[in-house]
Design a protein around this ligand. Structure first.
Ligand SMILES: Nc1nc2c(ncn2[C@@H]2O[C@H](COP(=O)(O)OP(=O)(O)OP(=O)(O)O)[C@@H](O)[C@H]2O)c(=O)[nH]1
Ligand SMILES: [Mg+2]
Length: 383
């Protein structure tokens, strides 16, 4: 999970001039490399945004840049050595994929967990359930958080609470925001800065594309301590890592999800553009509730006709989200999941969304791009 170092983490490079939007070291030599600004701007020596951040903010375009390898182990070791408070940010919609495997051994007990993007889940989605789910997942990593707070940087929900707890727990030390990519670390920091420090107009760059923050960004809180924004940790098992960058905005929900409920029985299929498909193979008929971005339209058909319908969707570039990498259902992998005992279940296609249903004996076949993680788990709730 943690990549080998190329840049060194935090402290050693603090005096180098960096883009205040993404943390990349500024340079005026190579427009194709990260941190580029034109020579005339570079020469001024002023605080600057790199060209990539400028384009992200003004035109919302993301060109693939050669990535900077970040050594997370070094960053987390710095946090530990400095007795800093770590704010571990999760994404309420993609809880499992935002939990970073094996992170426990790198953290001290000084960890505040913040579950962001609360606004994306329906208002009646149980917060107690989310907290219990996160607590259990963290226990496996031997992490005992100081607290778990649900928040939304977009709606400024529970921001006061976060500020209060950061003040209470940081003991005048620095604060590191860590987490998977796209969970909203930078947005959350901007929100805190806007609301409470209000001493800068230089906001960190945020965008709907994964890998927006490129290196550690330090923001002074007082003479001896900083807020550190860190780049997101990549999850190669998410569908987001598979699709073309311009499709990401359709897949990551931006506003409250309207769950869709379908009654289904064996022989029925549900197509998620040319990215995924769910077939009900056998068992009692049931209702499935689908949680996904409102931009994704589900096409429902008989399984007998599903291959042909899928092909049609794959050929139609007007359908969004869409990937050119999948022409045919044979280009997707599939897994079968069978309910063995009665209960509530959730099947997740990581990055795309999940379905919840009351299971008795049903068997589903789930198709998704190669390498994308799919799994079924028992759950205590179904709305
Ligand atoms: N709906 C909603 N969107 C949010 C929220 N917080 C952030 N976002 C959006 O999520 C996307 C990613 O936000 P960032 O702040 O760039 O995420 P990050 O964790 O810093 O991402 P990396 O730098 O790539 O690791 C942006 O499009 C934000 O506008 C939130 O609370 N609710
Ligand atoms: Mg960021």
């Amino acid at each position: 999970m943690f990549k080998k170092p190329k840049s060194s983490g935090v402290t050693a490079e603090i005096r180098v001039r960096r883009c205040y939007g993404c943390g990349a070291i500024l340079q005026d030599q190579d427009p194709e490399e990260v941190g580029y600004i034109p020579p005339e701007k570079f020469a001024t020596g002023e605080e600057a945004l790199c060209q990539r951040c400028y384009k992200l903010r003004h035109y919302s375009t993301m060109k693939k840049t050669s990535s900077i390898d970040i050594d997370y182990a070094t960053i987390l070791a710095d946090a530990k050595d400095n007795e800093a408070l770590v704010v571990y940010v999760l994404n309420a919609f993609c809880l499992t994929s935002s939990l970073i495997p094996s992170i426990g051994k790198y953290l001290s007990d000084n960890v505040l967990v913040v579950v962001n993007k609360r606004d994306i889940l329906p208002k009646n989605y149980s917060e107690d359930y989310i907290k219990a789910y996160v607590t259990k997942a963290l226990e496996k990593e031997k992490i005992k958080p100081l607290d778990i707070i649900l928040t939304s940087s977009a709606k400024e929900y529970n921001i006061d609470e976060i500020i209060k707890e950061i003040k209470a727990y940081r003991n005048d030390k620095s604060v590191y925001f860590i987490g998977a990519y796209q969970v909203g670390k930078s947005s959350l920091i901007n929100c805190l800065l806007r609301k409470y420090i209000n001493s800068t107009d230089k906001m960190i760059t945020t965008s709907p594309y994964p890998g927006t923050t490129l290196d550690v960004i330090s923001i002074p809180i007082d003479d001896n301590s900083y807020i550190y924004d860190t780049p997101g940790i990549y999850n190669e098992k998410s569908i987001i890592s598979f699709v073309e960058p311009e499709q990401v905005k359709y897949i990551i929900p931006r506003s409250e999800i309207k769950p869709e409920v379908y009654q289904t029985k064996d022989g029925q299929s549900f197509l998620f553009s040319n990215l995924a498909r769910i077939d009900m193979l056998s068992g009692e008929k049931c209702d499935i509730t689908v949680y996904k971005s409102n931009d994704i339209t589900i096409d429902r058909c008989k399984t007998l006709k599903a291959d042909a319908s899928f092909k049609e969707l794959a050929m139609n570039k007007d359908v969004v989200p869409h990937t050119d990498k999948v022409q045919d259902i044979a280009d997707l992998d599939h897994y079968d999941f069978k309910v063995e005992k009665e209960g509530f279940y959730r099947i997740r296609i990581v990055g795309l969304g999940f379905i919840e249903f009351k299971g008795i004996d049903q068997e589903f076949r789930i198709y998704a791009p190669k390498g994308v993680e799919i799994f079924m788990e028992e759950t205590s709730i179904v709305l």
